[in-house]
Design a protein around this ligand. Structure first.
Ligand SMILES: Cc1ncc(C[n+]2csc(CCOP(=O)(O)OP(=O)(O)O)c2C)c(N)n1
Ligand code: SF4
Ligand SMILES: [Mg+2]
Length: 241
């Protein structure tokens, strides 16, 4: 078998910018689906650059509306409990407009996987500040630099009794794949945060080339192999059991 079986080659290219982390994220996901033989997977998304992943996979998918990927996924799981229900959406979708759904799906421990691509901006609409824009990050709506504290996603997820939170980046591919493997095999609510800033509508505007972004990610993050709260500069998995 090959990971290629999970890609809808007839629709490529789907139009993501050169250097965007989404390419590597989706290819790595196909490799993991292939290795686990997860043909029972369905992809659910909202709206945004990340959400266009719903059309990338050679799987059943629901490309929904902005902010409502999680309730759609919960509905799919409720009537098809045997499916591996996987949400792909941006942090604007999942933690901004859809933030209320996130609180409650995590509290209820619904058995779905949410893979949230945190690129720090509303990328598809041109690069407005999002709930996770770093302090000092320059965006369309904060040209002098964001002054607000970014949302602590890990804190929200891990405040529940049962939880699974992972942070990964496509820059460390093997670690990303390990996170996705554990995510697809966990029984309960899973949140995987993917960190990779939007190249075109964020980093470029701060005069950062793709090479700078990759170098920064490689230099900033260390992989934590302990099961504990991750520091801001760590990648890893923190799960309750
Ligand atoms: C209800 C609604 N509000 C606003 C929009 C406009 N809109 C489309 S994509 C988007 C932001 C996407 O940001 P994010 O979810 O972070 O995804 P990204 O493009 O960064 O991957 C917005 C605000 C919309 N489509 N629907
Ligand atoms: S606008 Fe940003 S997030 Fe969207 S495809 Fe381009 S680099 Fe990726
Ligand atoms: Mg975004």
């Amino acid at each position: 078998m090959s990971f290629q079986r999970f890609i809808r080659n007839d629709v490529l290219p789907l139009g993501w910018c050169p250097g965007c982390g989404l390419h590597a994220l989706f290819y790595a996901t196909c490799e993991v689906l292939d290795e686990l033989d997860k043909t029972n997977t369905i992809i659910v998304s909202g709206i945004g650059c990340t959400a266009r992943g719903a059309g990338f996979f050679n799987l059943d998918s629901v490309h929904g509306i902005h902010g409502r990927a999680i309730p759609l996924a919960v509905g799919v799981k409720a009537v098809n409990p045997d499916l591996n229900v996987v949400v792909f959406s941006g942090e604007g979708d999942i933690t901004g407009i859809g933030g209320n759904h996130l609180l409650h799906v995590a509290r209820r421990d619904d058995n779905i996987v949410v893979i949230c691509n945190n690129n720090e901006v509303f990328a598809m609409t041109g690069g407005q500040s999002s709930p996770t824009t770093r302090i000092g990050g320059k965006t369309l709506t904060a040209p002098e630099g964001n002054v607000m504290q970014p949302l602590n996603i890990q804190g929200i997820i891990t405040s529940n009794k049962r939880f699974f939170y992972a942070r990964a980046t496509p820059v460390f591919k093997e670690h990303l794949k390990e996170c996705l493997k554990q995510a697809f095999e966990y029984d309960g609510f899973v949140f995987v945060e993917i960190v990779f800033p939007c190249i075109e509508n964020y980093s470029k505007k701060m005069d950062q080339t793709i090479a700078c972004v990759l170098k920064d990610l490689k230099g900033k993050y260390k992989i934590c192999n302990e099961n504990r709260m991750l520091k801001d500069d760590e990648l890893g998995i923190f799960r309750s059991e």
